[in-house]
Design a protein around this ligand. Structure first.
Ligand code: ZN
Length: 125
């Protein structure tokens, strides 16, 4: 990420993890799959090169299951889910940022779309 341009900053609840993006995504994805519905996340997708995650050493813990396609990261201290990324190298170009870690005003202009990740993998709206 170009450190000269001003960035939008999101943080986990305790502030240990900081997420920087240049602008909020216009579309946020709310998904009903087994993990997203539990996390209550709103995903904003970015090219990995345009996101910076700042974390103290050992400050993030991660979770993957079954085929371990994605790794979900959360603050080890306060537990807030901050982002996920794909674990296969060839798909490691995308980072999904959990936009709920940004101030509500930063999300106000974004549209929330509901993805049926539990079944059809289609948007419901
Ligand atoms: Zn935290």
């Amino acid at each position: 990420m170009d450190h000269r341009s001003p960035a939008l900053e999101g943080t986990c609840h305790c502030g240990a993890i900081r997420i920087y993006v240049r602008r909020m995504s216009r579309t946020l994805t709310s998904c009903n799959c087994s993990i997203c519905r539990r996390y209550g996340a709103l995903w904003a997708y970015y090219a990995a090169s345009s996101v910076r995650i700042k974390a103290p050493k050992g400050g993030l813990s991660r979770y993957s299951w079954k085929r371990k396609v994605r790794a979900y990261y959360r603050c080890r201290h306060c537990g807030c889910v901050t982002h996920y990324r794909y674990r296969q190298k060839q798909r490691d170009t995308i980072v999904a940022v959990n936009a709920v870690n940004f101030e509500p005003a930063a999300l106000a202009a974004s549209r929330i779309r509901h993805l049926d990740g539990a079944a059809s993998w289609k948007f419901l709206d």
